[in-house]
Design a protein around this ligand. Sequence first.
Ligand code: T1G
Length: 663
Amino acid sequence: MHSGADIKEFGGQMSGPPLIPMIHAIEAASKPVVAAIEGIALGGGLELALGCHYRIAHSKARVGLPEVTLGLLPGAGGSQRLPRLIGVPAALDLITTGRHVTAAEALKFGLVDQITDHNTVNVAVKFAQRVADQPLDARRISTYPCLCPSDVAVLFEEVMQRVRRTARGAIAPIACVQAVRAAATLPYNQGMERERELMATLFTSGQARALQYFFFAQRAVGRWSMPSGARWDTSKPRPVHKAAVIGLGTMGRGITVALAQAGFSVVAVETQEKQLMEAKQAISGMLERGAKRRGVAPALDKINYGRNIQSVADVDLVIEAVFEDMALKKKVFQQLSAVCKPSTFLCSNTSGLDIDQLACQTRNPELVVGMHFFAPAHVMKLLEVVYGPKSSPLAVATAMQLGKKIGKVSVAVGNCRGFVGNRMLKPYLEQALFLLEEGATPEFVDQVLEEFGFAMGVFRMSDLSGLDVGWKVRMADGLAMPDPTTGQPTRLRQGRRYSPLGDLLCEQGRFGQKTGRGWYQYDKPGSQVAKPDPWLHSFLDEYRARHALVAHRIDHQEVLERCLYSMINEGFRILEDGIAAGPEDIDVIYVFGYSWPRHHGGPMFYAATVGLNKVLERLEHYYQAHPDVPSLQPCHLLRKLVASGSPPIQKWREVIKKVRSQL
Ligand SMILES: C[C@H](O)[C@H](C)C(=O)SCCNC(=O)CCNC(=O)[C@H](O)C(C)(C)COP(=O)([O-])OP(=O)([O-])OC[C@H]1O[C@@H](n2cnc3c(N)ncnc32)[C@H](O)[C@@H]1OP(=O)([O-])[O-]
């Protein structure tokens, strides 16, 4: 097993002998060297094997060149040898995606010479004895010509365009293509030189540092802790065999699919007949498509459908996914508490409501936690596991483990409005609306955010998910309504600046893609091609005139700083309040749940990269200009971190602890 270079060493001194000369020495050896690959051979591990004359892999082995996911390229000859061995198209696929391949697939590519179910080393020794007297000239990969299709220039052009489109500003995938192009067009030695130059550029880039931070952040969130002191290593989960999902709307369907695909028996309950019929059909379709992709049988028989909540009596864990309405959810929790075994965990897929209020409806409030999935729930990797003041470590550990079993990256967070993800989204969305009021257009704001690396800008995203969802919440909160004295939409609510722009669009029936109109216009309802809408531009002009707002030129920097720094500021408040245990939790939530570009590490890592003093100074600047926007007021923890000399992100927890103990 060899997982490549030690990522922890990247920032400092590397230990051990330099890899490239060692691989060259192996390749140049006059005796045959056979690599026996067991477990995994990734990165430098596979590069070492590529320097050998033969490769034998165990059938359960996995190989790959995942450097691109760390912001690097295979820098020990991998980018030059792999295309020479398996051809340019297959090498481009493996190197630009970093995906792991099974031994069977590796054999198909010609990446390994033989696979075995037996002891790999024994088989490799026998193999070596068999080939001992064979000439080695034809086994040194660096001497192979690089086989390319005749239209190699066209191929690279196409690949480069595709990679640029999907990289969202990440530089490593592009450098990977350039390195493979060097293998295809230059002699080996010159190709190695090009690999070295490209690697040197990547190695010192902020993106590589961000991605390496993220590698460890992803693993750190599994080591969760609660303010009570409960921790991942002292809290044992209880096994879950049978689960239930209540409410089969979009979220409930996705959750049911995720559970069934992972092998859980699921009782899926929907009280409305028509919705139940539609859900059955949709769920079966999702399971069949997923199974076809993975080449397995669809897990249709794992699900029992029902219209009656009584049918969940014997399950170990319930996930409630009814409409986002507190009164309705409370009723469901009362029913569940009466119907289920006393030991059943009761979880809510709310995206921001108070978990404690739900827990209070039940006999065993310690068994209640939030399990906040992201749409589509069978695809999106993130799960926020939300503990309330009464939730037991057992319930948190069980929900975290269930999340892992269904392939999610689970992050344990505290209970507050919006939890971590949606709480931070609020100031971000709010700033985007204020920018429109002050003179920006949706397309400009989106362009800036997409150039930064988000898959979608805030307005395109809002059109996709539907403007009516937030509108209903704002109505329930008493925000989205005209001023009773004037009948006009006001720009000040509950003592702070408020933008009614989204509400005004909803009043016009502009709910986004589904109605064919939103912040953009679409050819027809449901279409995904967003086009700037002249109606919206004149609507904004009229709105500004009505409220005596003078449009000013808003530049790229202002959009980015106001949207991102207000969100980051909320992230610091979340840390200060103990809702997230550390910056890694926030960053993992943002990358997996909100398409934050991974090569920027996550919002909190990004703040550290920009410099905390700069973030503080710009927030102060904007808060001075907009004193009626509290989310721009720099929070105490940010000031404290700057006053402590802006320590590296790995040291923030110490400052957070001090700040919390003073509260
Ligand atoms: C010259 C050359 O071109 C270049 C420059 C390179 O070679 S660059 C390096 C390329 N190599 C990689 O990108 C492989 C990275 N590793 C993985 O993909 C996975 O780890 C895994 C191998 C598939 C195992 O997964 P797992 O789910 O079974 O366990 P885990 O929980 O992930 O890992 C178990 C523990 O091992 C730690 N760990 C794993 N691989 C590591 C590595 N390469 N460096 C440092 N730590 C590593 C990990 O942080 C965790 O620690 P802790 O959290 O317990 O303290």
